[in-house]
Design a binder for this molecule. Structure first.
Ligand code: GLV
Ligand code: MN
Ligand code: MN
Length: 399
């Protein structure tokens, strides 16, 4: 078995749901903690120095991190509910193996090389995407973050105290200042590379994107005895809003998704009293994204008048447009045999870091383009190409 195959097989069972085949690796939950321990063991086995930043992020250093101007790589180990194996872990495993490759080549880095594992990248547990990197960068107030709750009402503060002993610490400018650049390798989340017949691409930009919670409230009542004319049913306002989101995104060339919904009391024989739904909106410009959200909200408000319901909209996680460092992007593309340069609609910690340090991303071909699903896949041979590409990039930047 290849070195990649061996490491990959070690992670395969961690947090895997036998029914869906997908992963349930939520930040600071048991499966993600197993992934983190595995990472720390792997890093220690390579004599890398472990540093934790108090925000749930882990850094493993080759060379003295105090020297500064480090070349950082890595990704995340958490997943969306029933997510795929590659989104996140591929970047971490590839980083470990790229270090092995550089050592096998006998190269000595002139700059420290770090591997980062960022916490709660997906925002699947506490709702705020890239929470670990945002905390590190000082973009989120640690007290506000500590009060975020998961679906069971557990706060981030409690979860971090139980899992790590403390946190979140908040901004770490001292650590951020030691990072000279960041390069994140990630599974492709689209089908561009299969069409281009190339295994690896370099990223150009991330679409602005965000999550908004829509709370529709009406009146809970008996399904059998409440006259149709007397109902104030928030499910109707919700259903109409789902269709409006789809129409609005298509009309504006954007993406809008409602993939999560909670119904109260969620009973077959009761008109619901409340429906909460989460709108994920993305577009190629912030204006278009805001237009989608405003259009959906306006539609929901109009429909609420018809249904005798109320609707409120709350922004939970909004990420600005990211244009990756053009010099770094072009340097990587040239180094990697004129690799294709692709934009993406997916969010990454690289997007957060790019506001502070020159940042780039590598994408590894995903033949179906499917992601955030158990069907997400990248062939082993392409993952090997990704590791070689990352090793070449680290050698070029750090050695
Ligand atoms: C994260 O993968 C996102 O794009 O939501
Ligand atoms: Mn993801
Ligand atoms: Mn990811």
């Amino acid at each position: 078995m290849s070195a990649f195959g061996e490491l990959w097989a070690q992670l395969a069972p961690v947090g895997r749901d036998a029914d869906s085949g997908g992963y349930l690796r939520y930040a600071f939950g048991p499966a993600e903690m197993t992934m983190r321990s595995w990472f720390v063991e792997q890093a220690k086995a390579r004599d890398l120095l472990i540093e934790e930043d108090g925000n749930g992020n882990i850094f493993a250093w080759w060379g003295d991190p105090a020297a500064g101007d480090a070349v950082l790589t890595g990704s995340h180990l958490d997943s969306v509910p029933h997510g795929g194996a590659y989104d996140g872990p591929l970047g971490v495993v590839s980083a470990l193996l790229a270090v092995d490759e550089l050592r096998a080549r006998g190269v000595t880095p002139a700059r420290p090389i770090g591997i980062a594992v960022f916490a709660e990248e997906e925002g699947s547990r506490f709702g705020l995407a890239c929470l670990g990197s945002r905390l590190l960068a000082g973009l989120v107030d640690p007290a506000a973050a500590a009060a975020l709750t998961d679906r069971d009402g557990v706060t981030l503060g409690t979860a971090m105290r139980e899992a790590l002993g403390s946190g979140p610490a908040g901004a770490r400018p001292d650590l951020l200042d030691r990072i000279g650049c960041y390069v994140e390798l990630h599974v492709e989340q689209g089908r561009a590379l299969v069409n281009l017949d190339r295994p690896v691409a370099v990223a150009s930009a991330i679409w602005p994107h965000g999550r908004w919670r829509l709370d529709f409230t009406g009146e809970a009542n008996h399904a059998g005895t409440t006259l149709m004319a007397d109902r104030r049913d928030p499910m109707l306002t919700f259903a109409s809003t789902v269709l409006a989101a789809n129409d609005e995104a298509r009309r504006l060339g954007a993406h809008a998704t409602i993939g999560r919904v909670q119904v109260y009391p969620n009973a077959t024989n009761a008109v619901p009293g409340k429906v909460s739904a989460w709108l994920d909106a993305r577009a190629d410009s912030p204006d278009t994204m805001e237009q989608v959200v405003a259009g959906v909200h306006l539609h929901a408000q109009h429909r609420a008048l018809t249904d005798g319901t109320k609707v409120t909209l709350t922004a939970e996680s909004v990420s600005p447009e990211t244009e990756f460092h053009t010099g770094l992007r072009d340097r990587l593309a040239e180094l990697l045999d004129d690799a294709p340069i692709l934009p993406t609609g997916a969010g990454h910690d690289a997007g957060v870091l790019s506001a502070f340090v020159p940042t780039a991303m590598l994408f590894v071909r995903n033949p179906t383009g499917i992601s955030h699903s158990p069907a997400e896949h990248a062939p082993d041979a392409d993952c090997e190409s990704g590791i070689q590409a990352l090793a070449a990039v680290l050698q070029d930047l750090a050695c």
